[in-house]
Structure formats: structure tokens, C-alpha cells
Design a protein around this ligand. Structure first.
Ligand code: CAA
Length: 240
């Protein structure tokens, strides 16, 4: 039977590319989304991938949503914590709300997504956890103290889970995308975006599929000895 994979934020942007790649790899995929019903319905219509609506920032909603996915599709053996938001502002202008929203979704959201599936992975002796971090978690970014904190935190989460899960057949790894051609990056003011592209040695934004292929590899049996690692896919913008 095909393994079941859960991709949060899996109906748009990088997440949609990951959902499609995992489907093409033969997994049964469930994609979550937070609010855009229209985009989710269109995504399901186009791909046949089931979508589920819940707020990853809410533990009880996540737990109930995950229970529903498992009832529908079987135990989740692969989890890709991808859902994330930006609330960019220079630090002197950043509000507690902007700070809290990003921490709740991007960081606590990873806990809320992985924690409910973790006991089952331990019991079955197999699991793949991939967290989508960011180049900006590795290097920091002007106007992203909140976002960078969460994306750096992702690396701490996977390095801890790698140590806890290894003896149970579970791996936990991170992918750090650079600037990828998604709605999130296209929302950056054009002048700023052009300046950023000027700092990318590849001279272009990345494509969502270039991130999805990293995830495909990390969840595959070929990556069984890769644990606690970070794959950077950023066109040469930053090395760590
Ligand atoms: N480095 C240095 N200075 C910068 C800067 C940068 N990267 N970006 C903006 N500034 C400067 C501006 O030139 C301006 O300077 P002056 O005041 O001297 O003119 C100042 O900072 C901007 O100040 P404002 O008060 O006008 O700023 P604002 O409150 O209007 O905020 C902004 C503007 C939110 C910072 C906007 O410039 C912006 O969105 N910047 C992009 C931030 C970014 O890169 N976000 C990444 C989003 S994509 C993503 O997150 C995906 C991923 O993982 C890679």
C-alpha cells in the first residue's frame, strides 16, 4: 500500500509543488490549507489530491485534522511541515501581533503538525519529517526578525527530532529554500526583489519544483541515513 504523506500549506506555492512531486513518486498525499477555499478546490480538481482546511497554529485543530486524514487515507508516514507566513516589518515598526502571528504559524505550527503524528511513527518504526525552513533562517533578513527566528528555530527542531527519532527509524531534515518564484516572494516590492535577485549568483529566482525535488529525495528510502541535515537550495546566495 502506498505511504501517506501530509503536506501543510500544500495547495499553493512551494507546498503545491511538493504535494504534486510526492504524488508523482507514488505516495497518497493530503494537502492542508488555511483559508483559500477557491485555490484548494482548484488544486484538488487539477491533481486529485485531497485538501483539508485547518489552522496549523492551533494544536487542537491540527490534531483533529490529522486524525481525519488518517481515518481517510491511513497512517501518516511522511510529514512535510511547509505552511508559513510573512509579516515583514523593520524591527522598530514590528508589532507584537506581527511577531506572534509568525511565531504561532511558522514555529508552533511545526510542533502542532509533527507532534500528533510522532507517536504513530515511533510505534511503526518508520517516519520521514521534513521541515521547510528558509535561507533567511540561516542568514537573517532585513525586516524579518520574526520570520528568521522561526526559520532558524526549524533547524533546532529537526536536529533534536533527528536524535530522538533515529533509533525508531524516523528521520527529520530541513530544506532551506532561497528566494523562489511564489506569491510570497512576488509580494516583496519590485525594487527590493530586483535587488535581492542581484545578490543571487544564479541570477534568478528558484522554481518551486527545485525545492520539491529536495523533499522527494529526503523522504525516499535512498535518504535513510540522512538525518538532522539541511539542504540549502538558494542559487548560491548563501552557504552555511
Ligand atoms: N537592506 C537594507 N535596507 C533596506 C532593505 C534591505 N534589505 N530593505 C529595505 N531597506 C531600507 C529602505 O531602503 C528604506 O531606507 P530609507 O528609510 O533610508 O529610505 C528602509 O529600509 C525602509 O524603511 P520603511 O520605513 O520605508 O520600511 P517599511 O516599513 O515600508 O517596510 C519593507 C518595507 C517591509 C522592509 C519592504 O522593503 C520589504 O518587504 N522588504 C523585503 C523583505 C524581504 O526580503 N522579505 C522576504 C520575503 S520572501 C520570504 O520570506 C521567503 C523566503 O523564505 C526567502
Amino acid at each position: 500500500m502506498a505511504r501517506t504523506a501530509l503536506v501543510t500549506g500544500g495547495s499553493r506555492g512551494i507546498g503545491a509543488a511538493i504535494s504534486k512531486a510526492l504524488q508523482a513518486d507514488g505516495y497518497t498525499v493530503a494537502a492542508t490549507y488555511a483559508g483559500n477555499d477557491e485555490a484548494a478546490a482548484k488544486f484538488t480538481e487539477e491533481t486529485g489530491i485531497k485538501t483539508y482546511k485547518w489552522n496549523v497554529a492551533d494544536y487542537d485543530e491540527s490534531k483533529a485534522g490529522i486524525a481525519q486524514v488518517e481515518a481517510d487515507l491511513g497512517p501518516i508516514e511522511i510529514v512535510v511541515a511547509n505552511a508559513g507566513i510573512t509579516r515583514d516589518a523593520p524591527f522598530h515598526k514590528m508589532t507584537p501581533q506581527q511577531w506572534g502571528d509568525v511565531i504561532d504559524t511558522n514555529l508552533t505550527g511545526v510542533f502542532n503538525t509533527v507532534h500528533p503524528v510522532w507517536p504513530g511513527m515511533r510505534e511503526r518504526g518508520f517516519g520521514r519529517v521534513v521541515v521547510i525552513s528558509s535561507v533567511n533562517g540561516q542568514k537573517g533578513q532585513f525586516a524579518q526578525a520574526n520570520y528568521a527566528a522561526t526559520k532558524a528555530g526549524d533547524l533546532g527542531i529537526v536536529r533534536s527530532l533527528a536524535q530522538e527519532g533515529a533509533a525508531k527509524g524516523i528521520t527529520a531534515n530541513a530544506v532551506c529554500p532561497g528566494y523562489i518564484a511564489t506569491e510570497m516572494v512576488m509580494a516583496v516590492p519590485e525594487k527590493v526583489r530586483e535587488a535581492i535577485i542581484g545578490m543571487i549568483p544564479a541570477g534568478r529566482l528558484g522554481e518551486p519544483e527545485e525545492i520539491a525535488r529536495c523533499v522527494s529525495f529526503l523522504v525516499s528510502d535512498d535518504a535513510s541515513f540522512i538525518n538532522g541535515s539541511t539542504i540549502s537550495a538558494n542559487g548560491g546566495q548563501f552557504f552555511s
